[in-house]
Design a protein around this ligand. Structure first.
Ligand SMILES: CC(C)(COP(=O)(O)OP(=O)(O)OC[C@H]1O[C@@H](n2cnc3c(N)ncnc32)[C@H](O)[C@@H]1OP(=O)(O)O)[C@@H](O)C(=O)NCCC(=O)NCCS
Length: 187
């Protein structure tokens, strides 16, 4: 999959230089508030390896996001196939994680619009989903900005989390392929 440009961002494959700032954000309690655990450097690098393997296997994945003139690495945004089974799988999800310093600029929504546009226009997907723990309101706001909708009947227990875990229950948001077959241009 080729790199993508948006008004302010470059969505690209991962570089070795991304690993240190990615590990720093994965060890930031603010960024990881809604995840069951943080990652050490080894775990963070393993995640990059998985993201790149996903690109190689499927031709799409979670891009490293660069904000030219601002920062060479602000986080990741992109499309991925969830590796667990649930009532809505198989599916393609849109997901995001930005370093704390880069929240509040609209970067996640801008990159995610490019990702969903790519999914509908070039991958010809019929639907893209996204999910989060209910308390992750920042992430849910991105979903709403993208035009995704939430039906409480879709909420699910993440099979990767043990029963009783505060991170097990998830809300699911869905975005259907635009009726005219084309997504709006990325903002
Ligand atoms: C979820 C996450 C990516 C959201 O980041 P974000 O910066 O709040 O999201 P957006 O890119 O949509 O930015 C919207 C914010 O930028 C503001 N903004 C500023 N300039 C803007 C611009 N030019 N265009 C659009 N929005 C702009 C908006 O007002 C909004 O702020 P608000 O939420 O305080 O009202 C971020 O909080 C994060 O990485 N969290 C940790 C990881 C995580 O939980 N990931 C999701 C797991 S399900």
């Amino acid at each position: 999959m080729n790199d993508r440009r948006t008004e302010r961002l470059l969505l690209r494959r991962w570089r070795n230089d991304d690993r240190a700032p990615f590990a720093a954000m994965n060890a930031d309690p603010a960024v990881m508030e809604h995840f069951p655990s943080m990652y050490d450097r080894h775990g963070s690098d393993a995640l990059v390896y998985r993201f790149e393997a996903h690109f190689d296997a499927h031709g799409f994945g979670f891009w490293a996001v660069e904000a030219p003139g601002v920062s060479p690495f602000v986080g990741f945004v992109g499309l991925s196939i969830p590796s667990f089974e649930a009532h809505f799988t198989p599916a393609v999800e849109v997901g995001w994680r930005l370093a704390r310093a880069h929240w509040g600029h609209g970067y996640a929504s801008e990159a995610a619009r490019a990702a969903t546009g790519f999914g509908f226009d070039e991958l010809a997907l019929d639907e893209i989903v996204s999910f989060a723990v209910p308390a992750n309101f920042r992430s849910r706001r991105v979903m709403v900005r993208l035009g995704m909708t939430h039906d409480p009947a879709d909420d699910f227990d993440h099979p990767g989390q043990p029963e009783g875990s505060a991170y097990r229950r998830h809300v699911l948001y869905r975005l259907a392929r635009p009726a005219d077959g084309r997504s709006p241009p990325a903002a």
